[in-house]
Write a protein that binds this ligand. Structure first.
Ligand code: FUC
Length: 718
């Protein structure tokens, strides 16, 4: 009996300490004890901002579905769609008697690993996508000599030419729009041999293998050059050659150093999870969370996953993250996997500045710039406008748009141009890059605004996104134009430019029809008081002024903030992915941390992939991809921004620490969040109160900081 109790205790202690050890290692990992069967809900993403892959980790056949962010059909007139590129398959021999299977994505170093034992041999596959070397790298190894046997195949979603050479496979093709694309795979073996065998490269008795994949197109983000640049092949060959000359360890350490230079800037801790939870595979952990358990490290993981996804899908020199980041396995993806201008592409970039990934914002800012000349032509054809430009709702990479016109879209894009300045304080960027665009979009609205019967200025012919009638004076339009004018006015003051035009814009801003409060105390979505208090529509576009805008705030416009709250309550806490993510941000701006947290929990709730209607079924899948059934990445990014917004806000001329901290996170710390004015902020808290904080800046200056309700003036040294 005593032995039994002792045995049980020992077992319990061992299990507990093993769980603890696992837990420590699992904090920034998504991991599973079985291969992925489904692309959207289970496979795991890697990417370098241009090239991306979804990894299945199957035992007998590894499958990496890969993409290149510029592979688009369509042109300047037809929107087309983002296209899937190809698939890499590795068929393994000798896979039987499997045990100890483990598949993980470590987001601290951006490496995906699969390990298992087969017939007593331990196999390992390590995969990463390097921005530094512009290649995807895969190493296959085993703990027994000559144990890696199998065959490698590539396939192309557009049936281009697949060719084999010594240790090489290449793909070469052209889309109907003339866009050339190519991919190359180089296989390096240690021991054994690699030979061409039919439509594959066979590897026999190798100790280990390194596969290096590069891909590209001849897309050039330049309207004046017809959007076409150089043949992608020489670039691909160069990347393959440079990468092949390095060891796996060199490639890996260059990748990790590059990735961590961005990722490690922010460290968040909102609590400690039970080791038993961290010892569970991510899918099962999500099930426990959905039942209501506490798992603060899952919330941390979800926050950091948004940062991981942005670093992986939006790097300088490339295109911005689209509706699926850059991961796409279809030539006819949902909503074309496009750049949607009525909330989605903007939401992708909400975390960029505050979560200290300012460089990852740049692809979007450059995209705005690259599209403007072609959009000027389209806009003047449609609106007969003389100046400025705007967009439709669905947009591609060649300036074409489809679905309805979304008149305030360019003004909303301008908010991103402004915010990049607001957070970085980079005046040269503001003057040379952002300001001319802000000005031309102001000119577009200057021409377009019309007076109402009381002399207020209204935006004509608007549409509150995907809701209600098309008519003048829609609140969404009014607020975004106000935001544009407001940002322009500040920019022109800072740069000391265009004083006369500024006076004109100030007058226009003052005359704009402002947000109004309707008959049930609600913020009105239209200039006509017709809001339905039972409506739970996913879009809440008329709250733009609360977030991401700054026209409404709890402190400066409390009545409007209360009216916004009425809407939030009416629209409810359950919606589709991105809509819940936006609601987190709204509640954070109302300083209601517990409500924001409730939305965060609803968003992290695991769903199966049976939801078909996009009005329902928000949540996340087993791979933590945001569900807007099917999958849409904006909810991931919006939630990361929302968590940051709960911890720090700086839109109202002061840096507010912990403005919307929920009871669920009584103790924690964050380092490296950014505030407007070029500041970097660290905060530690206990019992829901700030106990320590640090404000840093490479420019120095004075910051007004709200700490536990008290406003302090802080001099920040360089
Ligand atoms: C907006 C939303 C849809 C979807 C689409 C991509 O138009 O209304 O729900 O998210 O974007």
């Amino acid at each position: 009996m005593i032995r039994l109790i002792f045995g049980c205790t020992l077992f319990f202690l061992l299990t507990a300490s093993l769980q603890k050890a696992n837990a420590k290692n699992n904090s920034l990992k998504l991991w599973y004890d079985k291969p992925a069967r489904d692309w959207m809900t289970e496979a795991l993403p890697v990417g370098n901002g241009r090239l991306g892959g979804m990894i299945f980790g199957d035992i007998a056949t590894e499958h990496i579905q890969f993409d290149e962010i510029s592979l688009w059909s369509g042109d300047e007139k037809e929107t087309g769609a983002y296209q899937a590129f190809g698939d890499l398959f590795i068929d393994f021999k000798d896979t039987s008697a499997i045990d100890q299977y483990h598949r993980e994505l470590n987001i601290e170093n951006a490496v995906h690993t699969v390990t298992f034992r087969s017939n007593g041999v331990s196999y390992k596959r390590e995969i990463f996508c390097s921005a530094k070397d512009q290649v995807m790298v895969l190493r296959i190894s085993a703990d027994r000599h000559g144990a890696c046997n199998g065959a490698i195949r590539l396939s192309d979603m557009h049936h281009g030419k697949i060719e084999f050479a010594d240790h090489k496979i290449s793909i070469n093709g052209k889309l109907d729009n003339g866009l050339s694309y190519a991919a190359g795979l180089t296989v390096l073996n240690d021991g054994g041999e690699v030979q061409i065998s039919g439509q594959s490269l066979k590897f026999d008795k190798t100790n280990s293998l390194i596969l290096i994949l590069a891909a590209g197109t001849n897309y050039l983000p330049d309207f004046s050059k017809g959007w076409r640049g150089e043949n992608p092949l020489p670039g691909i060959e160069k990347h393959l050659k440079l990468a092949s000359n390095q060891s796996f360890e060199q490639l890996l350490s260059r990748h990790i150093a590059d990735y961590q230079s961005l990722f490690k800037r922010v460290i968040l801790s909102v609590g400690t999870s039970e080791p038993s939870l961290l010892a569970k595979p991510t899918d099962l952990r999500l099930v426990s969370y959905k039942k209501g358990g506490n798992d603060p490290e899952l919330e941390q993981l979800f926050f950091q996953y948004g940062r991981y996804l942005l670093i992986s899908s939006s790097r300088q020199g490339s295109l911005p993250a689209n509706l699926q980041g850059l991961w796409n396995n279809s030539n006819n993806p949902p909503w074309r996997s496009d750049y949607h201008s009525n909330i989605n592409v903007q939401m992708n970039y909400w975390p960029a500045e505050v979560a200290n990934l300012s460089e990852c914002h740049i692809p979007f800012l450059e995209y705005i710039n690259n599209q403007r000349e072609v959009r000027k032509i389209a806009t003047s054809e449609f609106y007969h406008s003389k100046k400025g430009w705007t967009l439709q709702t669905e947009n591609n990479i060649f300036g074409a748009g489809s679905f309805v016109w979304n008149p305030p879209a360019s003004a909303w894009y301008c908010q991103h141009l402004w915010e990049h300045y607001a957070f970085t304080g980079d005046k040269k960027y503001l003057a040379d890059f952002a300001y001319p665009i802000l000005k031309e979009v102001c000119e577009f609205w200057e021409e377009r605004l019309i007076p109402d019967s009381k002399g207020n200025l209204m935006t004509p012919d608007g549409w509150s996104p995907e809701h209600g009638p098309h008519e003048p004076g829609v609140t969404y339009d009014q607020e975004i134009v106000w935001d544009l004018f407001n940002n322009f006015i500040e920019a022109s003051q800072i740069l000391n430019m265009d004083p006369e035009y500024r006076t004109k814009v100030v007058a226009l801003r003052e005359k704009l029809l402002k947000p109004q409060i309707g008959k049930w105390g609600q913020l009105m979505e239209w200039s006509v008081d017709r809001d339905d208090s039972t409506d739970t529509h996913r879009h809440i576009s008329h709250l733009f002024a609360l977030h991401p805008g700054r026209q409404i705030s709890l402190t400066r416009t409390p009545e409007l903030a209360a009216a916004a709250k009425k809407i939030l309550i009416a629209r409810g806490d359950k919606s589709t992915g991105w809509a819940m993510a936006w609601r987190i941000n709204f509640w954070a701006r109302l300083f209601e941390g517990d409500h924001a947290y409730r939305l965060l929990r609803n968003l992290i709730s695991i769903v199966d992939n049976t939801g078909t209607s996009y009005g329902k079924g928000g949540g996340v899948y087993a791979n933590l991809f945001d569900a807007h059934p099917p999958f849409q990445i904006d909810g991931n990014f919006g939630a990361t921004a929302g968590i940051a917004e709960m911890l720090i806000q700086s839109q109202a001329g002061e840096i507010c620490l912990l403005p919307a901290l929920p009871w669920a996170w009584p103790e924690g710390s964050v380092t490296g969040l950014r505030a407007r004015g070029g500041f970097v902020v660290d905060i530690s808290w206990k019992g829901g109160k700030v106990v320590k904080y640090r404000i840093a800046s490479d420019k120095g200056g004075t910051a007004m900081v709200r700490v536990n309700g008290e406003l302090r003036k802080v001099n920040v040294a360089h």
